[in-house]
Design a protein around this ligand. Structure first.
Ligand code: ATP
Ligand code: MG
Length: 284
């Protein structure tokens, strides 16, 4: 698969939220004054407890929700300045991956991956070739004729990722993409998302309630609580020196669920040091 052109060059903002608020009728302030920037070619994680406003934030980025105030820019374009018609080409640059996969049960794997291409107007032969290439990229070549219920959870999510990628978007939005999966399958899906970022240059905005996912994949992270970003920064920095109590609790949960990374990577986020003899001491 070929990489899409990096919009505006590496590190340039692809997604920008400027003081965005989203208040739902009835008074829920789901997103409350959030500003953040996601650079081209990076993986940005948003972590927070249930109800923190993460899904609403993603829906603001693909224009499914309109902000009550503030602006959302994708690839330099202010979404609120675009009508429904103007949003269509922007949405084509954005792929979406969901926790529950959201596949068509009545379509085959190939049929699911073909669907967005046919919607985009590609002819049948070109769409089929593209869909097969994408299935190959996610490691599912030969599975095109199966139905979703004949697949494991991890395979279904690979189909979800293939369907999101098949139109060659510049941005992938992942809403709890691994939350329905066991730890090993989570690791495999994260490895695939890493390839999507590194090999295809796709910018990823991922939301999760698992800090372990942030550590495994993201360059930067924002921590959300009650609609606000309470802390943000480079993942390594945030793990090494969490400033907010909520961040510290997320970091602790990740450190307690994973072995020391120092033997493999040369450094460990929990701050363990080299043993006097025999390499790294385990951190716990
Ligand atoms: N369409 C809506 N109408 C009214 N309130 C809403 C709507 N969507 C979300 N909310 C409220 O906004 C807040 C944030 O919800 P959101 O779904 O963004 O949280 P979340 O962080 O994704 O949670 P979870 O981790 O459980 O998915 C919640 O209080 C929720 O009840
Ligand atoms: Mg959610």
């Amino acid at each position: 698969m070929t990489a899409p052109a990096t919009p505006g060059g590496p590190g340039q903002p692809v997604i920008e939220l400027r003081d965005v608020r989203k208040e739902f009728p009835g008074g829920a302030m789901a997103v409350d004054g959030v500003s953040l920037t996601v650079g081209a070619g990076t993986v940005f994680g948003v972590v927070g407890h249930s109800g923190a406003g993460k899904s609403t934030l993603l829906r603001l980025v693909n224009g499914l929700e309109e902000p009550t105030s503030g602006s959302v820019l994708v690839d330099g374009q202010d979404l609120s300045a675009l009508g429904e018609r103007g949003l269509r080409p922007v949405r084509r640059e954005i792929g979406m991956v969901f926790q529950q996969f959201n596949l068509f049960r009545s379509r085959t794997v190939l049929g699911n991956v073909l669907y967005p291409l046919r919607l985009a107007g590609l002819d049948r032969a070109a769409a089929r070739a593209r869909a097969e290439e994408t299935l190959d990229f996610v490691g599912l070549s030969g599975h095109g004729g199966r139905y979703p219920e004949q697949l494991s959870g991890g395979q279904r999510q690979r189909v979800g990722i293939a369907r999101a990628l098949t139109t060659r978007p510049k941005v992938l939005l992942c809403d709890e993409a691994t939350s329905a999966l066991d730890p090993q399958t989570t690791g495999e899906v994260l490895a695939l998302l890493r390839r999507v970022n590194r090999e295809l240059g796709v910018t990823i905005l991922l939301i999760t309630h698992e800090m372990e996912v942030v550590r495994g994949l993201c360059d930067r992270v924002a921590v959300m609580e009650e609609g606000k970003v309470v802390e943000s920064g480079e993942v390594y920095e945030v793990f090494a020196r969490p400033r907010h109590a909520t961040t510290a609790a997320f970091v602790r949960s990740a450190l307690h669920s994973a072995p020391c990374t120092a033997p493999r990577t040369g450094r460990c986020w929990s701050g363990c040091g080299p043993a006097t003899r025999g390499g790294w001491s385990p951190c716990r």
